[in-house]
Structure formats: structure tokens, C-alpha cells
Ligand binder design. Structure first.
Ligand SMILES: NC(=O)c1ccc[n+]([C@@H]2O[C@H](COP(=O)([O-])OP(=O)(O)OC[C@H]3O[C@@H](n4cnc5c(N)ncnc54)[C@H](OP(=O)(O)O)[C@@H]3O)[C@@H](O)[C@H]2O)c1
Length: 332
């Protein structure tokens, strides 16, 4: 085992767009676990749009600040255990932050059962899969034949939402940036249609893709795309408010026009949710997701970047839309 622990700290909180210059690498001493603690080694670190949102202010966690270890979730392997119920080789999903080794209080950890490939524990059987599953089914309440629209549709959550919608007998339309992503959605992933929001005339393209209106909109991006979808919702439509990535990385905040006509008259239901709201039901959801993956109904796309030192670049790239599916960094 190494005797140093590489860490990536936040050097400055960006005023505008995040860049790699806002991070710095440092070397700390290898941490030692005390009574009731675990020493873990990070295997895969998850890259999430929320990593950037945590720099904006308090959310469901306190705001990140300059000088602190960059926060992030990781799949980590226990190296030493000083707590009952954990042994070397066990895997946990934990908020380790961006470092190669971490000491964690054992009482806050849940072991995860190994699967092959291990990376699926961060994608389809991890936060991305569970967010898609619960957000879409519990907040979207889809019915067969519904028209379902999902934004950031080629991203980690969206790519799964669209496929679950197809499994549930819905007509699916993905919104994504660029012709290549749109082609992937319709040609390989079973979406009925795709809208390239970077091609201009988003409102017209959405009307063409959803001529009878939208029953369910799964919103990953907020801002202009949320507004465009609101104008196309059917009466009694449901909007699952998952996140607002268009608002995380320095863009001027956007409001929504026409709320009385759009939301009141159409009697829309907009429901925000956090994946942890459904923690108790996760085993049931994972079993369903596994069955869909094994039957070939749900295809898993992962975007794995090797090398701990590439974390800042990987996050900046995710916010710029480089990724297809779940982005993560393989540490070792
Ligand atoms: N509620 C929850 O519990 C929960 C849990 C997990 C994640 N989330 C939310 O889920 C959403 C997806 O997050 P993720 O971590 O899975 O990231 P992701 O979807 O894998 O990646 C983010 C994607 O957002 C798109 N994007 C970036 N800027 C955009 C903009 N201005 N307008 C439209 N699209 C833009 C990019 O794709 P394009 O090339 O298509 O632009 C990019 O690939 C986020 O809003 C996140 O906060 C919520």
C-alpha cells in the first residue's frame, strides 16, 4: 500500500464556468482508521452534474468551499476494518470525496453486493439507475401510450429513463445536444424521436416530435428546455423535476413565463424528488433493473475515464456534454 494519499481540493469556487484551474492536487499522509472506522480505497469515482451544483450554495448538503476536499461519491473497497460486519474486500458506496484513500465511520456505510462489471454499481444499479427508476415511475406515473419527453436524454439518468419509458409502453422523445447523440437515442436505444436542442427552434422541433402534446416530462435541465416543454404539456400532464443542469455552471438564472396559462389551466403536476427519498425500496428497484438488463430491454452505457488525476477534466467535460451515459473515473 502507498504511504501517501492523493487528493483533489477545490482551489477556488468559480464565478462563471467551471474549469480545471479551479482544482488542485495535493498529497496527504495515508489515513489510519480508529475504532468503528474503515480504511477504504476508491475504485471508481462518480462524476455527477450535482458536483457543480454543490458549489453554488447549500442543497441537500452544505455548500462546498475553497480549500476543501472536492466532494463526490465513489465505489470503494475496504482495506482495513476496525468495525464488526466489515472485512477487507467488501465494497461500499460512500461519500469519499476526490481522494485515493479515505477513512469512513462504519455505522454510516452499507455494503454493496459485487456485480460484474463492477462499474454497473455506479450506473444502472447505482444512483443513476435508481433516480431514473423512482423519479420516472413515482413522479411521472406513466401509462402505456403516454408521450414521454426526457431532457439530457443521453446522460446517465436520461438514457435510462427513456428506456424504462419504452419498456412501459410509452412513446419516448429524448432531448439532447447534437446530431450524434440524437441518432444514438433513436437508432440504438429505442427512443421514438429525438430533438437536438442545440439546432435552434426548440419549440418547433418539440411540437413536431409531440404533435398531440406531452403527458410526462422528465426534467434534468430546467431553464429554457423546461419552459419549452411546459408550452407543450397536455392537460393533467406530470413533470418529474429531477435536476436543472442548465443552471449549474454559471448561466444566468432563467424563470418560467406564463405560469397561470401553463401550469394552472392545464392542471399540471410538477413534482421534485431526491433519490434518497426511496432508499428503503432500492432492493426491489435493483432487482427490476437487473431483470431488464439481463433480458436485453435495458442497455447500459458507461463512459469510464482512467486515472485519478483526470477527475477535474472529466467533470468539466460532463458539464459541456461530452459524456454518453454514466461518466466515472476508474481510480484503480
Ligand atoms: N433528484 C435526484 O435525486 C437526482 C439524482 C441524480 C441526478 N440528478 C440530476 O439529474 C440530472 C443529470 O445529472 P447527471 O449527473 O446524470 O449528468 P449527465 O446527464 O450524465 O450529464 C449532464 C448532461 O447534461 C447535458 N447538459 C449540460 N448542460 C446543458 C444545458 N445547458 N442544457 C441542456 N442540457 C445540458 C449534457 O448533455 P447534452 O450534450 O445533451 O447537452 C450532459 O451530458 C442533473 O440535473 C442532476 O442534478 C438528480
Amino acid at each position: 500500500m502507498a504511504d501517501i494519499n492523493r487528493q483533489i481540493l477545490i482551489d477556488q469556487i468559480p464565478a462563471g464556468k467551471l474549469g480545471i484551474e479551479h482544482f488542485r492536487m495535493t498529497e496527504a499522509a495515508m489515513p489510519t482508521p480508529g475504532e468503528g472506522e474503515l480504511l477504504v480505497r476508491t475504485r471508481y469515482i462518480s462524476l455527477d452534474a450535482a458536483n457543480r451544483a454543490w458549489m453554488l450554495g447549500p442543497t441537500y448538503r452544505s455548500a462546498l468551499s475553497a480549500g476543501q476536499l472536492m466532494a463526490g461519491g465513489a465505489l470503494a473497497e475496504v482495506l482495513k476494518s476496525r468495525a464488526p460486519g466489515f472485512a477487507p474486500g467488501d465494497l461500499v458506496f460512500a461519500d469519499t470525496g476526490w481522494q485515493e484513500y479515505a477513512v469512513l465511520p462504519a455505522r454510516h456505510q452499507t455494503k454493496v453486493r459485487a456485480v460484474e462489471p463492477m462499474s454497473h454499481l455506479l450506473s444502472v444499479y447505482g444512483v443513476a439507475g435508481l433516480t431514473a427508476y423512482f423519479g420516472f415511475l413515482e413522479c411521472g406515473k406513466p401509462k402505456p401510450g403516454d408521450t414521454v419527453v426526457v431532457s439530457a436524454a443521453a446522460g446517465s439518468v436520461g438514457i435510462i429513463v427513456g428506456q424504462i419509458a419504452a419498456i412501459k409502453g410509452c412513446r419516448t422523445v429524448g432531448i439532447a445536444g447534437g446530431a450524434a447523440k440524437c441518432a444514438l437515442l433513436t437508432k440504438e436505444l429505442g427512443f421514438n424521436d429525438a430533438v437536438d436542442y442545440k439546432a435552434g427552434d426548440l419549440a418547433g422541433a418539440l411540437r413536431a416530435a409531440c404533435p398531440d402534446g406531452i403527458d410526462v416530462y422528465f426534467d434534468n435541465v430546467g431553464g429554457d428546455i423546461l419552459e419549452a416543454c411546459l408550452f407543450n404539456m397536455k392537460n393533467h400532464g406530470r413533470i418529474a423535476c429531477c435536476g436543472a443542469v442548465s443552471q449549474y455552471d454559471g448561466a444566468a438564472p432563467r424563470g418560467i413565463r406564463g405560469i397561470p396559462g401553463l401550469i394552472v389551466t392545464k392542471r399540471l403536476n410538477l413534482q421534485g424528488f431526491l433519490v434518497m427519498d426511496f432508499y428503503e425500496q432500492r432492493e426491489k428497484a435493483i432487482a427490476k433493473l437487473k431483470a431488464w438488463v439481463q433480458s436485453g430491454q435495458l442497455k447500459v452505457h458507461e463512459d469510464i475515464i482512467a486515472g485519478f488525476e483526470n477527475l477535474p477534466k472529466a467533470l468539466v467535460g460532463l458539464l459541456a456534454g461530452e459524456n454518453i451515459g454514466k461518466r466515472m473515473v476508474k481510480v484503480y
